[in-house]
Write a protein of this length. Structure first.
Length: 384
């Protein structure tokens, strides 16, 4: 494909939906706001809530199973082979599209999950490991979704015979039970023995059976991890005799755990450089976050007719690119199809709020104005 040259004057970002759809520049969608997060490594900073949770989970595993290896320094730039192909994610899976994933080029992405490291680590001979890192996804905007977050993946490979002492018949069943036991153990160690949790059946292309674990939090069930028994095809591809070996794998969302443990109400706070936030946490301590402010929110609506090649994630991304962490939520408030033209109209409510200061009306108006300008130009929507 050919790339078009784009004008960069500091304000105009790479043209998002517009450029891809019309000039097939699909594989260059990493915005400056995303780029500046790479290498910040907040998950490695002592006394940062994400680091506190990471350390807790690692220590919990190592206490009872000291042979677990711990990895936390793989760069988030990985190949599509690592992130997708090795994990049997089909070519037409939605998560592969540039509407959901940040691409450097056709074959290189920002990892969308730390599962991207599963196969090369198993190939290197590791049988039990934890791997933590920052992961990137184009996604919606609210208190629990942020385009950069942190995951810890875990893998453990078992051998025929391991199930004997447990009285379980098959190795597969044994592995499934060990998986659930180990994960319930971690979650209860962190949230307390009496925390309300539940298992749901899930689907992942790389595990079978697959599950997700939810924890009750702020009057909602919150999903904290996905997991399952590694598909035998994957173990076979890494050189294992699958009549002898079965493995489990899981991926935990560290922000989700940290939000619950420390009662942190908004996922944007993890990126705060404000000492009123950072000074509240110490490794090894379970302190509750004391909100130092709740500055007033200000919402603005925007309505537009969507062109046929439109997707919501590009709109969310554009709002993030304009307003950064000043945007708290973007919610769709109305949607309808014109009976004659069949065109779809959408109305979104953008809620602006800073975590550490009051926003002036002028500032919010200015942000909204830039959003309107850019949305019309770059996503080719017709403002109403
Ligand atoms: C995965 O990413 C799988 N790779 C997990 C897995 C690994 C399954 C190994 C089986 C074997 P999922 O997209 O559900 O699955 O993400 C895993 C966890 O990351 C979620 O349970 C949630 O806790 C967290 N998470 C997902 N999206 C976000 C987001 N936008 N912001 C914050 N946390 C998120
Ligand atoms: Mg999930």
């Amino acid at each position: 494909f050919t790339k078009i040259n784009r004008v960069h004057n500091g304000l105009t970002r790479p043209l998002l939906g517009f450029s891809w759809r019309n000039y097939s520049v699909k594989y260059d969608n990493i915005t400056p706001k995303i780029n500046e997060k790479i290498g910040r490594n907040i998950f490695l900073k002592p006394n940062h809530p994400i680091n506190i949770i990471k350390t807790l989970v690692e220590q919990h595993f190592l206490k009872s199973q000291p042979d677990f290896k711990v990895f936390d320094s793989f760069h988030p730039k990985v190949s599509t082979k690592q992130n997708f192909d090795d994990l049997l994610i089909p070519l037409d899976h939605v998560s592969r599209g540039p509407s959901d994933t940040y691409y450097y080029d056709e074959n290189t992405v920002l990892r969308t999950h730390t599962t991207a490291h599963q196969v090369h680590l198993i190939k290197d001979g590791h049988k039990a490991f934890l791997v933590t890192g920052d992961v990137y996804r184009r996604d919606e905007i609210d208190a629990t979704h942020y385009p950069v977050f942190h995951q810890m993946d875990g893998v453990k490979v078992f051998k025929q015979g391991d199930q004997k002492d447990s009285g379980t018949e098959t190795l597969e069943k044994h592995v499934e039970l060990e998986l659930k036991k180990d994960l319930e153990g971690v979650v209860r160690a962190i949230f307390g023995a009496d925390s309300q949790i539940r298992w749901n059946v899930e689907y992942f292309p790389f595990t079978d059976p697959s599950f997700e674990l939810e924890v009750y939090f702020n009057d909602h069930w919150m999903e904290v991890l996905g997991c399952g028994v590694i598909r035998s095809e994957i173990l076979k591809n890494t050189g294992y005799d699958t009549s002898e070996y079965v493995g489990y794998a899981f991926g935990i969302g560290l922000e989700r755990l940290a939000m619950k443990v420390f009662e942190i109400p908004d996922i944007r706070l993890f990126w705060s450089q404000d000492n009123r936030f950072l000074s509240q946490f110490k490794n090894g301590e379970f302190t509750k976050f004391k909100s130092y402010s709740k500055y007033p929110a200000c919402y603005k609506d925007i309505s537009f007719w969507t062109p046929s090649e439109y997707n919501d994630n590009s709109f969310y991304e554009l709002v993030r690119d304009v307003a950064g962490d000043l945007v708290e939520t973007v919610k769709i408030v109305d949607e309808f199809k014109h009976p004659k033209t069949q065109r779809v109209s959408k109305c979104f409510r953008i809620n602006y709020r800073s975590m550490d200061r009051s926003l002036s009306n002028e500032e919010v108006d200015q942000l909204q104005w830039v959003v309107r300008e850019r949305v019309a130009k770059e996503l080719m929507v017709e403002l109403r």
